[in-house]
Design a protein around this ligand. Sequence first.
Ligand code: S3P
Length: 433
Amino acid sequence: MEELIRSPHSLYGQLASPGDKSISHRAAILNSLAKGSARVTNLVLGADVQATLNCLQALGVTMELDTSQEAPLLNITGVGTGGLHEAGDVLNAANSGTTLRLLTGLLAAQPFLSFVSGDSSLRSRPMARLIHPLRLMGAEIWGRGGDSLAPLAIRGKRLQGIEYSLPVASAQLKSAILLAALFAEGSTTIIEPAPSRDHTERLLATMGATIEISGSLITLSPNSVPLTCLDIQVPGDISAAAYWLVAGTVHPNAQIQILNTGVNPTRTGVIDVLRAMGARIDMENQHFVGGEPVADLSVESSSLKGVEIRGPLIPRAIDELPIVALAACFAQGQTVIRDAGELRVKESDRIQTTIIELSRLGAKVEELPDGMIIYGGTPLKGATCSSHRDHRLAMTLGIAGLVAEGETVIQNAQVVAVSYPSFWRDLKSLAHD
Ligand code: S3P
């Protein structure tokens, strides 16, 4: 499917971003393992979360989905400790790294055999970083490419807790180890090189696990299972809101409000970066929903200047860097993104694909091994662009179409459904001629 986007005279309106994808995965997985039953509201029913739900059902979890309302509702009955059973087929994580990595951690500790795989993008993403710590805990896992790529085969067994320093700030890796550790003998301590999203830790604590956070150390004590099922209202996804924040900032005639957005400090790097660039973003009505901070965000047209983005800010904005790169095209001066080598192993090599597509629109961008330099101030011109079947690139190009001169065509635009099924509808609802 292709989408054709033209720059509208103005961009205004109010919307709620879809439920947070990271929290949706975790709400489904952790409730599946817990005792009792739970209602999860506003989870995002993108392809990634759907893959997690399918895998959990294949492992014996009972759930019911009600999509009759705008915000989907999932009723889930936890199987409790030891309640999962061997799946009848390969578990298909589709395009979702979170599904594959979190489930591998969990399955490494279940007393049966599992196979997990995904689409061609996921089968090219690094898994050695996952297999290594799980093997240190005693897990038996094999993969293609010398145990570095999916499909993975997992023979679950009794694991031992470990003390482990993460080689990269990755919430998927951290969460996979925590899921394995829930069922291990002895406690597990993880040391993070920089803070990454902490939704797993927050949910585990609320659901009754004994988890202690002290600086960069996360310690999960034994006997943290059984967890207790928890009703969760999933906050809006700040990674989805980021597209509207940038659209509202760079369009010359814009005012947008995004309601009920999660503003967990491990995720708000994009707001910090855009504000440092000069974006006029307000945060109102801050409150907590199920242990996660939530707020209404508003944004209006702003003049931007280039900034340097590096260090601990990177994991706090990792999924938003392509859309930040677009914002940087509209800034005075240069924006430098460094320490972001992880972008190369996302759904696409996002350093390469972002540069290829922004350059097609006339942007001046230089590639660095671990980031890029964007030379701002050159107006963008519409062109036919490829999403590279990467949802975040498709959405970045959609926003580029709102501010480029002429027409922008985005090929394979349907991939937005991985995380934000109503993206194109929401975009059109904000655009006014
Ligand atoms: C995610 C963690 C991040 C992020 C991904 C979602 C999660 O990946 O890029 O979109 O839900 O834990 P890494 O853990 O690989 O950095």
